[in-house]
Design a binder for this molecule. Structure first.
Ligand SMILES: Nc1ncnc2c1ncn2[C@@H]1O[C@H](COP(=O)(O)OP(=O)(O)OP(=O)(O)O)[C@@H](O)[C@H]1O
Length: 264
């Protein structure tokens, strides 16, 4: 089922020379176990910074992040966080099979052949086990990245714009795949995206963020029924939710000129 995540009063400020940039200011979030939550916001609003904090790759200056009551660092150390980025970052000299096995090797665990094959089948790459990343399309590489993120049966799956570089058709196909994969393996998932329709289609909740300073401005519950299908994209409720997300996004974007969030 995955882990519940609690974010309380998280702040993170970076120093750039004589200036400081408030990447995150007093962020509060409650993410129920097993749900998919999108972080939706303009460039620079702190989405990746927040994801890095969830991944235990950085620490907040203030506030706390608890994953099932524990520190993200502990989860990272026990290889219970799965991560996939926009650039699939596969090792080019390793086959599909061997790229997927990598997190288990790093964790000192043995890869069960049946488990690896099951994952490859689940992400629709049967027959490509021995292919190298250069022999795959962008969409196929992202599937490998998602399979690799899931191989160590993580408690939390962190996806940083994993579909950002793909065309619309491949993107929708992978949205449906992700839904299918999560139905088979319910794992608490955080998805960073710039795209309103992607956030609404995939999520249980959309957290709309604003920049300068980076903050969470509103959490929107997505009450679309599952399974979501291409017909969902044509439903009135889908469009209402997209409009609501856009409205919140743009109402905060208009304040950008007034506040730079950069302190000299
Ligand atoms: N290591 C760092 N050092 C200095 N500033 C940083 C660092 N990491 C992030 N920032 C700043 O923090 C702010 C938030 O960056 P972040 O990458 O989290 O935004 P984002 O919402 O993920 O943007 P994008 O959608 O463009 O990837 C930006 O102003 C960025 O310049």
């Amino acid at each position: 089922m995955g882990a519940a995540i609690a974010v309380r009063g998280v702040t993170r400020t970076f120093t750039l020379g004589a200036r400081s940039v408030v990447a995150l200011e007093a962020v509060n979030l409650e993410i129920p176990a097993g749900t998919l939550v999108s972080l939706l916001g303009p460039s620079g609003c702190g989405k990746s910074t927040l994801l890095r904090l969830f991944a235990g790759l950085d620490k907040p200056d203030g506030g706390s992040i608890l994953i099932d009551g524990g520190d993200p660092n502990e989860l990272r150390a026990s290889h219970r966080i799965g991560v996939a980025f926009q650039d699939s970052s596969l090792l080019p000299w390793r086959s599909v099979w061997s790229n997927i096995c990598l997190p288990l090797e790093l964790a000192g665990r043995t890869a069960e052949r049946a488990d690896i094959q099951g994952l490859i089948d689940m992400v629709g790459l049967s027959g490509f086990e021995n292919a190298l990343p250069a022999q795959l399309s962008g969409g196929m590489r992202q599937r490998v990245a998602i399979a690799r993120a899931l191989v160590a049966t993580p408690s939390v799956l962190l996806l940083d714009e994993p579909f950002g570089a793909l065309d619309e058709v491949v993107r929708l196909h992978l949205h449906l795949e992700l839904q299918r994969i999560r139905a088979a393996r319910p794992v608490t998932t955080l998805l960073v995206t710039h795209t309103v329709s992607e956030a609404v289609f995939l999520s249980d909740q959309v957290v709309v963020m604003a920049s300068r300073p980076g903050r969470a401005v509103r959490t929107i519950a997505v009450d679309l029924p599952y399974p979501r299908t291409p017909a969902t994209l044509r439903s009135a409720r889908f469009h209402e939710l997209c409009d609501l997300c856009s409205e919140v996004l743009f109402s905060h974007a208009s304040g950008m000129a007034a506040s730079t969030g950069v302190q000299e």
